[in-house]
Ligand binder design. Structure first.
Ligand code: SF4
Length: 420
């Protein structure tokens, strides 16, 4: 490992501190302490960078990318546009089909927000064999990581906590759904086939060197996250988190920004404990939760089950919500699914921000517009203005000032004069 100078403060920090309503020095301090990350590869010029972590607004991520069954570059680029339009603070390219590098480069070029990737997908998919993970080598994996960095990727998911020991925990503790993380599963299978330790863990110093050299942030993946509520907060999940806590510490000492990914599927009553545990074990590192989905039976509506979990997780201190779309567990999302997923996640993030004392003016302004029947203003203030307008206009009231829900029995209108 090279000599370190601590976490660098990127030039975006000043502008972001203004946006977050926090002193630049305080933001820089949180960044240096590893409690905030600003994913910012200097190669990727963004008009909308973001800061994620303690004391800041809750951020959301939208996943896009091809699958092996469905490859449509133009559609994935439309998803990026829609995701950013409806409020995604970051996008992740999870492509596994077609020309993955070309897709990534186009997404980076098209994205105004930070872009994340999971390099192991490309390493494995780049081989011609069906069981491509067998051919993967530590060298091919690190070369892919370096290529992603050179292409301008701002943060990368690396499942460094899937180790021989944590996989041992997985073997000893029965689960309903085994491993549901693609990256986690690829590593478990590779380690089994080759009887070797995970190179991302074994050569973690090399990974830190690359992150430090190119200026990308690590998103320490939860390869053993629970894939159903029955497996939530079990031994393999917590064991992996313990490993990640130590790796966060090493990242900080190496001057590398790191956040930690979390579950997955978690019932409501376990969400607070999950957030508190991550914050304690990982020294306050930003927590990036995937949902979490609070039930397993919401198929077709998992943007809702994810938003319920996301709102609660963020309220208790999670910093970054990965959206879930209605097609979760069912198919590759469409552009419309991306819109619904982002809006649901945006609502969850704002619900938590509001409860944590931020941005109350937004809701207050909406309520004032409602009282004045200022429909245009109400549309403008909605999380999804087009959808709000569409619903209002599809059934117009005979009393045009009010809406067709109550018509001339509009409660606000009836009592308004009395209250004045
Ligand atoms: S008609 Fe009913 S729903 Fe519509 S604005 Fe008035 S009180 Fe609200």
């Amino acid at each position: 490992m090279k000599g370190r100078i601590g976490i660098r403060v990127p030039p975006e920090t000043k502008g972001l501190s203004k946006k977050e309503g926090i002193e630049p020095d305080k933001l820089a301090k949180l960044l240096k302490a590893g409690k905030v990350v600003i994913p910012s590869n200097p190669i990727h010029r963004k008009s909308k960078p973001c800061a994620i972590g303690e004391g800041l607004r809750v951020k959301i991520n939208a996943n896009v990318g091809t699958s092996r069954d469905f490859i449509d570059v133009a559609e994935e680029l439309r998803k990026v546009k829609v995701a950013v339009k409806y409020g995604a603070d970051a996008v992740m390219d999870l492509s596994t089909g077609g020309n993955i590098r070309e897709m990534r480069k186009k997404i980076i070029r098209a994205s105004e927000v930070p872009v994340g990737t999971v390099p192991i997908y490309e390493t494995v998919c780049g081989t011609s064999r069906k069981r491509g993970y067998v051919d993967m080598t530590a060298d091919s994996l690190f070369k892919t990581i370096e290529q992603h960095a050179k292409d301008g990727v701002d943060f990368m998911t690396v499942h460094c906590g899937v180790t021989r020991k944590t996989v041992g925990s997985l073997r000893r503790h029965k689960r309903v759904t085994g491993v549901v993380s693609r990256g986690g599963a690829l590593l478990v299978a590779w380690m089994h086939e080759n009887d070797l330790e995970n190179p991302l863990y074994q050569d973690y110093d090399h990974l830190l060197d690359l992150a430090e050299e190119y200026g990308f942030a690590l998103s320490l993946g939860d390869g053993l996250r629970p894939g159903c509520v029955a497996d939530a907060t079990d031994v393999p999940q917590v064991h992996e988190l313990m490993v990640l806590g130590k790796l966060v510490d090493r990242a900080r000492r190496a001057g590398v920004q790191a956040m930690v990914e979390g579950p997955g599927h978690v019932p409501l009553n376990q969400i607070e404990a999950n957030v508190k545990l991550e914050k304690a074990v990982c020294g306050g590192a930003p927590f990036y939760v995937l949902g979490p989905l609070v039930i397993d039976v919401g198929a077709g509506y998992d943007h809702i089950t994810g938003a319920i979990g996301g709102a609660l997780a963020a309220y208790f201190g999670a910093d970054f919500l990965c959206y879930v779309t209605p097609s979760e567990h069912l198919s590759l999302p469409t552009v419309e699914d991306v819109r619904q997923g982002v809006v649901a996640s945006r609502i969850a993030a704002h619900a938590a921000d509001l409860a944590r004392g931020r941005d109350a003016l937004w809701d207050r302004s909406m309520s004032e517009a409602r009282r004045k029947f200022d429909w245009q203003r109400m549309f403008e203030l909605s999380v999804d203005p087009e959808r709000a307008k569409e619903y209002h206009q599809r059934r117009i009231s005979h009393s045009p000032e009010v809406c067709s829900m109550c018509g001339d029995l509009c409660a606000m209108k009836m009592v308004d004069k009395l209250l004045k």
